[in-house]
Unconditional design. Structure first.
Length: 172
């Protein structure tokens, strides 16, 4: 067995072990309270949007977060109905777990949101939507997603982020 094959098998083993982790939501109310007590990223009401006592260098950028705070909070608000698989405020990646609505239990969706910049700009956000449908045997099969779905979600997040920014500037 050559070195490349050994590395590939080792990588596959690591990924399969990592996939066995918990898929619990990471921001239910009790976890939000624990996070606010333990970290500087969150405050009493969740993710801090207004900077760390005004020390954030970019409006909307939160001290300690590597991405725009308004986009981050708006992203979390927009997918609040879905269970979160992971959220990395330093890297700007939010990944949901699979979600099937009660109205359409044979379709499920998973969303990955990338907040790419500390500025509140339309190109600082990228959304990927994945869809699976259940066949007659109960097996989930990958399905096509209308490209407009990701675009509509991006627009909704951007609109919410702008509202949060306006609310912040109006309060000051």
């Amino acid at each position: 067995m050559n070195v490349a094959m050994k590395l590939t098998l080792a990588g596959a083993l690591v990924l399969s072990i990592a996939a066995c982790g918990s898929s619990e939501q990471i921001f239910p109310d009790k976890d939000k309270q624990a996070a606010s007590a333990n970290g500087k990223i969150t405050g009493e009401g969740g993710v801090v949007l207004f900077g760390d006592n005004g020390r954030a260098s970019t409006p909307g950028a939160v001290a300690g977060i590597g991405v725009n705070g308004f986009l981050w909070r708006a992203s979390l608000d927009s997918i609040a109905f879905m269970p979160l698989s992971s959220a990395d405020p330093f890297g700007g990646v939010i990944i949901t777990d699979w979600y099937a609505s009660p109205e359409a239990p044979n379709d499920r969706f998973k969303i990955t949101i990338y907040v790419l910049d500390r500025q509140l700009r339309s190109d600082a956000l990228k959304v990927a939507v994945f869809r699976q449908t259940r066949d007659y045997n109960g097996v989930w099969i990958d399905s096509a997603v209308d490209p407009k779905t990701a675009s509509d979600l991006e627009n909704g997040i951007l609109t919410r982020a702008r509202q949060l920014r306006l609310d912040t500037t109006a309060a000051q």
